[in-house]
Design a protein around this ligand. Sequence first.
Ligand SMILES: [Zn+2]
Length: 383
Amino acid sequence: MPSRNSLLAAVLVVFLLIFTAGMPPSDRPAFVPLASVAETLDLEAEFNATTGIVRLTGADTVLLFEIGSREAYLPDGTVVIMKEETTLQDGVLLLPAEGVDLVIRRTAKRPLRWGYEGSRFFTYTGSRPVEAAPRPDGPALRHPGGYEVRTVIIDAGHGGKDPGGIGYNDIYEKEIVLKVALELERELERSMKGVEILMTRKDDRFLSLEERARIANGTDPSKNPIYVSIHANVSFSASTKGYESYYLSLEPVDEEAREVASMENSVLGFEIEDYNDYLQEIINRIVDIEYRRESMRLAGMIQEGIESSVGKKSPNRGVKNAFFYVLKAVKMPSVLVEIGFVTNGEEALRLCEPEYERTVAQGVAEGIVEFAELFKKTEGFTR
Ligand SMILES: [Zn+2]
């Protein structure tokens, strides 16, 4: 005699069969290739492989997802935490179902249901798919410029009427940093063959921060340029010494959205004449967030490079972040290196020795080479 439980199970199976047979072929998978969502919904998808940030741009909005993160950023500054992470699998970007809902809600003119079947993403209203475009998965979104760093901009700080820090024995920062920058140029030309090395200045001349940024931003972005600004430090304490690398600080990660939000609020105060300008502004903010992560990595590698090069001669003061105008203005991964303190007698004198200048430059070059190699090997830090 069948037990009560097995009878119940049989009934359940029958019910399931009846129900699933009547359902439209629109099962919601946990993940959908982002490229097919973008294509079906007519959104522009951009993927920065280095930072793992994916931007979906519609007619009047921008959405941001991040590989390995459950967060989705909306242009009003809201951060939506999804149950699953946006992921990259075998070169295909996968958006969690919840992310798909969000994208539809923010970009479609009317409520749409969606399905994914046979490698096809489609939307529909009512109970049946209206239109299931017969197309296979789109190719995975790729970094448009490939994965090779092909331009390095070296910026020697200060110059001309701007001496920078004046230290022990009237040693000028602008002179030391120019010599190290020139050594760095030589070093990179040797170790990064075929890579364009650009100097903001090669002699003792004044350059505004805007001019430095203009030189850097004038390079071809598809060559994955990076920007390294060489400076020397000053301190009220004569005993302070060591080297440190800075990347641009906006705010910690959870504050980034607030940054976008505060920008939007500032726009609300006046008439928006050109909505595209406004949209571009949002995109620019997001790009800043992307480059900041790359800059952080580059700063870490430069610190390691200098440490392996100078050894115990000078202490490693680590990676720091602060607001530097020039880092903010440069639209690429950018790091400002403080190679040592001109206010420390011992360090100031050493920084004037050509041998030590070469050693520091070699260390910085090592960090840059390491960054470029890893960027290529990991296809923009995604592997
Ligand atoms: Zn300086």
